[in-house]
Design a binder for this molecule. Sequence first.
Ligand code: F0G
Length: 392
Amino acid sequence: MNRLKGLTCVECGHKHEISIIYKCERCKGSLDVEYYYNEIFDEKELFALDTFREGIWKYSSLMPVNEDMNPVTLGEGNTPFFRSSKLIQKLGINNIYLKNESVNPTLSFKDRPLSVALTLAKQYEVEKVITASTGNTGVAAAAYAARAGIPCEIYIPASTPQEKQMMMEVYGAKIKTIEGTFSDAYKVAGETAIANDWLNLTSTFLNPFAIEGDKTLAYEIYEQYGGVPDWIIIPVGAGPLLVSCYKGFKELQLAGKIDSLPRMVGVQAEACAPIVEAFKKGTKVEPWTKSGKSVAGGIADPLTTYSQDGTRTLRTIIESNGQAIAVNDDSIIKHQRLLAEEEGVFVEPSSATALSALEKMKENELVQKDQSVVCVITGHGLKDLDVIKKEN
Ligand code: F0G
């Protein structure tokens, strides 16, 4: 069965055949993978799919790779999901859940998209993969490229935590440090990929295939929670995790599994919050031009030259009747400690933003006491120790 229908531009709707392309050939908008859903759902019971496979590959009929491909896997996905009783007492909200992505093989959620991306790289027999990253994508790209036996080159801002840089190095990737922001690294990686015909894995909306891996977060939350939570709070850079998670829930709705959708909350650090700013103003997203330094460097993406990616995330937030929340460094550091001390979960500052946002939502009465809230813990504390070192 041919499951893949094509790539549709999210800006102008122009359809493209499946091939490795990054932008709409007509308007340069970002692309979305479309499937023959009716055929897939007719033929197979969703979630009784590849029962001989584990983690994200259980859902392989909704993945953009050939069915006969052996996945490049390290055991990603199927991460813990649990109710957080101490936080419930502290915040006065009755149903808080943590989805702990920090225990994926390279300690962040990025293992989901990068497992898909490297499987695709093998399918297309690419010579080399390349990515820009604030750290986590780079670490995951390096590990999965090693597993796939494909050389990997990574462009990172100089401010990327040493811990993440060391991991990339140990996995054998070539690292290029850029004096500038993530957006500057994005530009150089993009140009280098095109010039050499290497596969670009940069985890904005640039690679429409990789981010399909992020959808599996939705399937797991649905299975582990046993339905649809009221709110899902996700730290965002450009926002593909948030957008793809929502797409995953829409697919569950199409499959007739659920009849409502969650409200999506995108969180950014106050120092670099282009999506939140646009949400507040009711405009489309503009590149962030202020200084942008925050302890949450993993999500500090000023979206220079590709602010339409932020607008795509903003559209999903609005469509879901959600929220965009900015949080400050003091609150992030406080919630990093709180998660470790109260729940035994050590997260990186970028991930602690999810809980900071929940506190802010409670203060501003955006969330009701009896609603269910899932905070997605995107990355592990050991990968970014600067704040902890400074405090001790
Ligand atoms: N949380 C962490 C810890 C991240 O590292 C990132 C993104 C996000 C959340 C936001 O994810 O891409 O869906 O907006 N890190 C990217 C990287 C930019 O290169 O590792 P997103």
